[in-house]
Design a protein around this ligand. Structure first.
Ligand SMILES: [Zn+2]
Length: 256
């Protein structure tokens, strides 16, 4: 047994595949392969090839952007023509994990490129052996397709489910300027006029907005809106009185 092992070890060393003993790499945190806040219908079915792949659709999805589901290095940008995956991208996430994005309409990355969450890698198409626009998506470990997880949660097997993307959503903050045309603006403990008053902010004050959510509809300086801005722990103000430079939600500011 000793001898056989050393021969094996020597062979592995020669081919450069011997890796030090150690704990298995943790799986990357994969996210839905579409931009932040988009909702897509994802279907799994046991007669799919490979079985654990997900086909994603939404209305009028031809040409919609597809994004990297985790950071990694693009290692395939391949066009198989009218068969199989058609135009597809593979991303190597390390630790033996890869993801596949197939039937693309076009590519937005090249081999060797480093990508992060939310990076557009291509566009939804119907290339290869596809009968209509959709994204065919796979997660693989050491080449074997595995059941897909998003944020560590198993996808629905088998069936169709709506998945909302949290991919590339910035955890950044927004900023705004309170404009009440005079009086101080009431700060509430929650996103609505029914919540307790916990203070005020002066007209003209600059505020940092950590997240936004919907609550009581308020008519203010900037029109009518149900958006409330969280400006601190347990501190919300009506967005209708805040100049943020955006009519609706501020892009890249998360929902509370
Ligand atoms: Zn498919």
């Amino acid at each position: 047994m000793r001898r056989r092992w050393s021969l094996l070890a020597a062979a592995l060393l020669v081919t450069g595949t011997l890796v030090p003993a150690g704990p298995a790499w943790a799986a990357p945190t994969f996210k839905v392969p579409f931009p932040c806040n988009q909702s897509w219908s994802g279907q799994t079915r046991s007669d799919h090839s490979p079985a654990n792949a997900i086909d994603f659709n939404r209305t009028d999805d031809l040409g919609d952007p597809v994004v990297a589901s985790a950071p990694g290095t693009v290692d395939r940008v391949t066009d198989l023509g009218g068969t199989s995956y058609g135009k597809y991208v593979r991303i190597d996430h390390g630790g033996g994990y890869t993801t596949y994005y197939a039937h693309l309409n076009g590519f937005n990355v090249s081999v060797g490129q480093q990508v992060g969450y939310g990076k557009v890698i291509g566009w939804v198409g119907s290339t290869g052996g596809s009968t209509g626009p959709h994204l065919h998506y796979e997660q693989r470990l050491n080449g074997d397709d595995i059941k897909v997880k998003f944020n560590g949660t198993l996808a629905l097997y088998w069936g169709t489910k709506t998945y909302t993307s949290g991919n590339g959503c910035s955890s950044g903050t927004g900023s705004g300027t309170v404009d009440t045309a005079g009086s101080p603006l009431t700060v509430r403990s929650g996103p609505g006029t029914g919540y307790a008053s916990v203070g005020t902010v002066a007209d003209g004050a600059k505020v940092t907005i950590g997240c936004q959510t919907s609550g009581t509809t308020v008519t203010g300086t900037f029109g009518t809106s149900a958006i409330w801005d969280r400006i601190g722990s347990g501190r919300f103000i009506a967005d209708a009185y805040v100049y943020t430079g955006h009519d609706g939600y501020i892009p890249n500011v998360p929902r509370c």
